[in-house]
Ligand binder design. Structure first.
Ligand code: XMP
Ligand code: MG
Length: 187
């Protein structure tokens, strides 16, 4: 899919493909340096982090393990409540491992703070967070995101893993939706 084929559903391209790819390579270089000589386990959060996880993992020079979790946060509409349910747990015992959570986006931060404390309780050697995107509301949480791609405005974004009603995950860029798609109110 091409940036020129926006169709009428997307309002604009917020982060084009080349900037995403350059940032992911930059994050991978930092991670390579920080984990040199150590075993690394990447934990991707399904489904939104699928794209950033795949590209980040391939951009790393050192071998890493990969595992996945799927969580759903209960809440009304598009707001997360912080009450999180595990839909798919890790296959890996993370005790004693260097774990890096790979997330698509931090909004309120409630999902990630629950996930981090859940994984921390399993006794990893270390636990850090890599998030591709962060919205302004996240400043109110105490999430220590060591590897961050982009701070973005408080708009609903899709593409590069992120969906609206399960659509648009396959776009190679991050864009904002036209108001007619979501009924005019962003979440
Ligand atoms: P919290 O508020 O717990 O929520 O940090 C994070 C999760 O909310 C979803 N989310 C979005 N998904 N476009 C999306 O496709 C967005 O703009 C957006 N904002 C939040 C996402 O699942 C994320 O993991
Ligand atoms: Mg997500």
């Amino acid at each position: 899919m091409d940036e020129k084929d926006l169709g009428s559903d997307l309002a604009k391209v917020l982060i084009p493909e080349d900037r995403l790819q350059a940032k992911v390579r930059e994050l991978a270089a930092q991670i390579d340096a920080d984990y040199a000589g150590k075993d690394l386990l990447l934990v991707g959060v399904l489904k939104g982090a699928a794209m950033v996880m795949a590209d980040l993992a391939r951009a790393l020079h050192s071998p890493a393990r990969m595992d996945w979790m799927a969580v759903s946060s209960y809440g009304s509409g598009t707001k997360s409540s912080g009450v999180v349910r595990i839909l798919k747990d890790l296959d890996t015992d993370i005790s004693g491992r260097n774990v890096l959570i790979v997330e698509d986006i931090i909004d309120s931060g409630l999902t990630l703070s629950w996930l981090a404390s859940n994984l921390r309780s399993r006794g990893p050697a270390s636990l850090e967070i890599c998030a591709l995107l962060r919205k302004p509301e996240a400043v109110r949480t105490e999430i220590d995101c060591r590897y961050l791609g982009f701070d973005i405005p408080n708009e609903f974004v899709v593409g590069y893993g992120l969906d609206y009603d399960e659509k648009y995950r396959n776009l190679p860029f991050v864009g904002t939706l036209a108001p007619h798609v979501y009924g005019g109110t962003a979440g």
